[in-house]
Design a protein around this ligand. Sequence first.
Ligand SMILES: [Zn+2]
Length: 67
Amino acid sequence: MPDEIALRLDRATAEDLYAALYETGEHVAAGAAITPPTAGEAERLGRFLRDLGHTLGRRCSPSCDHL
Ligand SMILES: [Zn+2]
């Protein structure tokens, strides 16, 4: 695939991501409540979003120098 990206996730982050996407889908499809993340889940998902953003060429903050 010419324009692919690859991310490696630890199991906890993968589980958090699955749950977040699943709950978002159920929320959009049927109005189900979204469970607020625990502090650990929020931290792992935040790191995931930062890393994915960097992989896509996006800055994580105005002063980002990770790219
Ligand atoms: Zn950054």
